[in-house]
Every structure is written in C-alpha cells, then in structure tokens.
Design a binder for this molecule. Structure first.
Ligand code: PBG
Length: 325
C-alpha cells in the first residue's frame, strides 16, 4: 500500500505528540472557586461535591496558601450568608464587615499576590434564593443593578482585584464600571458572566450555599440553552460596557459557545466548569465507571481547546497535581 500522507506519523510517540499538540493546560489557566463559611476551623464537605469543602476564613487562608504554592494564581469567592442576614434587598452583600469583605481582606493580608475575584449576585443574600430583588413574583432589573453596584464597590473597597457579576441583569456591567470609576477604583477588573445559561448543572452549587431559588426558576434572567447568537450579543454588550474578561457558563455542554465567542472577541475568554460537571465526574469515578484523573484532564483540555483562556474549575488543584506528575 502506498500512501502519500500518513497521519499516524505525528501520533507515534509521546515525544512527537507533545511537540505537535495544539493546546496545553497549565496552572496559569485555572481559577479556583472557594466556598466560605462563618466560624472557626469549619470544613464542611459538600454532599453533592465529594472532596470539596466550604471553609471558615482561617481554613480558607490555609487553602489559599496551598493553591498559591501549587502555582494557582486566582481564586473566585462565594460566601454562605447566615439565614438571619437574608432579606429581599440584599443589603448584607455590601456590609463592610460581611463575610465576603472579611474574607477578601484576610486573603489579601495572607497572600497579597493571589488574584482575588468575587461573585457578584444577590442569591446568597436573598430570602427567595434569586439573583435579584423580587417584586410581585418578578426579579426586577434596575433596582437589582443598583444593589449589585453597591456590592461591587464594597468588594473593591475590601481589596478585591476583580468583581465577577454572575446575575445576568441588563446593564449591570456598565453601571458597575461607572461606579468603580467614580469611587476611584481604576484598577479593579470586571470578569463578566456574559453568557450564563439557565442550567441544571448548577444544582450542587446551590447545595453548597443553600441558595436554591425558593420559587420558580432563573429563566427570566439566565439564558435559554437553545440560543447561540444571543450569547454573542450578550458578550459584545458586556465588552462595550467595560468587561475586562468575559465568561461562558457552564463549560462542557457549551463548547460551541466558547469557540464562537473566542472567534468573535478580543478580550480574554473564560469558561466555568461548574459544580454539576464536577459532580458527574466524581460520581462516575466513584462507581468505577470512569478513570477520574483522565476524565479531569480530558474535560479541562476540551474546554481549553474550545477556546477558553481561563477556566474556573473545582478541579484546579487536582489538575495542577496531575499536570506536574
Ligand atoms: C450565583 C452563581 C451560581 C453559580 C455561580 N454563581 C448559581 C446560580 O446561578 O444559580 C453556579 C456555579 C456552579 O454551579 O459551580 N449567581
């Protein structure tokens, strides 16, 4: 048999495969999400996220040091607000002594070089578990944006490097950027959840923060997974309004969106490998149905190949350890 081209030549050995690999994962790609709780020495394992914990501030600091030593340079913070602080205004979200604000300061004191990103949305603080203020059964846009602006400024005041609005209200990026400028926070970045879909894959996260919506769903603000062009429109608007980094969420069921956005925009693109994606791999591995280590690297590798420059993932630590093997 004569063949002019044999594609297997480039696959023959690990050496040639690594030389011609079109993409590669590195610790620089990862953002590690962290769940924070009140108290001391608290490590609560999230039932639907085996081996992932909600930590009190003291243990969070330990974790952040560990992450930094592994080469992970960014954390994304989520707090579990106490029930008694929840209401329909979200005011605990901009309490200068709130759990988020104390955590930001503690991390910045302990590991100043670690890039601290914070989730901006009202759901952890809402008695309704919604990302915004509720009126007559609806999530109202403009009042919610005012709350998100106060929340973002408060995070910046506490020392956050980036705020990450995950709420999907209209106009929030522009309003947050304007407020940060007015308040003199000209170095604070915005990583916008630009294309965030209404997804069942957030289930375990809502367990982690006890933040599941008390009524209805999030489909009037998060996107319909039937749509692709809308993701481009949302993302371009966020960039026009001042987003420094844009994010697609979830990741693996939305690789087409990641690629489409990567091809369209000129700012860094991030993807969120969400809690349900973590849970699926963990569950299958526990059953002995998947090789966990390989599933982690293949999943994150596919997100990178699709076009994500950054990946927020609960596997950040595992992935770095696997890459260093
Ligand atoms: C809150 C928020 C959610 C996630 C990140 N920020 C939940 C939601 O929108 O219901 C999900 C993250 C994950 O599932 O890992 N607005």
């Amino acid at each position: 048999m004569y063949l002019q081209r044999r594609n297997r030549i480039l696959r023959a050995t690990p050496a040639i495969r690594s030389l011609v690999a079109e993409s590669a994962l590195s610790p620089n790609d990862f953002i590690a999400p962290l769940f924070i709780d009140e108290g001391n020495n608290v490590a609560y394992e999230i039932p639907s996220m085996p081996n992932y914990y909600r930590y009190s501030i003291d243990l969070t600091i330990k974790e952040v040091k560990l992450l930094w030593n592994l080469g992970i340079k960014s954390v994304l913070l989520f707090v579990k607000a106490k029930d008694e602080t929840k209401d329909n205004t979200g005011k605990e979200a901009w309490n200068p002594d709130g759990l988020m604000q104390r955590t930001i300061k503690a991390i910045k004191d302990a590991v100043p070089e670690m890039l601290v990103m914070t989730d901006v949305a009202l759901d952890p603080y809402s008695i309704y578990g919604h990302d915004g203020i509720v009126k007559d059964g609806e999530i109202v846009n403009d009042e919610t944006v005012e709350a998100l602006v106060k929340m973002s400024v408060s995070h910046a005041q506490a020392g956050a490097d980036f705020v990450a609005p995950s709420d999907m209200m209209d106009g929030r990026i522009g309003a947050i950027r304007e407020a940060l400028e007015h308040e003199g926070f000209t170095k604070t970045g915005i990583m916008s959840y630009s294309a965030k879909y209404a997804s069942c894959f957030y289930g375990p996260f809502r367990d982690a923060l006890d933040s599941a919506p008390g009524f209805g769903d999030k489909k009037t603000y998060q996107m319909d997974y039937a749509n692709r062009k809308e993701a481009i429109r949302e993302t371009l608007m966020d960039i026009a309004e001042g987003a420094d980094i844009v994010m697609i969420k979830p990741a693996m069921a939305y690789l087409d969106i990641i690629r489409e956005i990567k091809n369209t925009v000129d700012v860094p693109v991030s993807a969120y490998h969400v809690s349900g994606e973590y849970a699926m791999i963990k569950a299958a591995a526990k059953m002995g149905w998947l090789n966990e280590d390989k599933a982690i690297l293949e999943s994150l590798g596919s997100i990178k190949r699709a076009g994500a420059d950054l990946i927020a993932t609960y596997f950040a630590k595992d992935a770095v350890k696997l890459l260093n093997k």
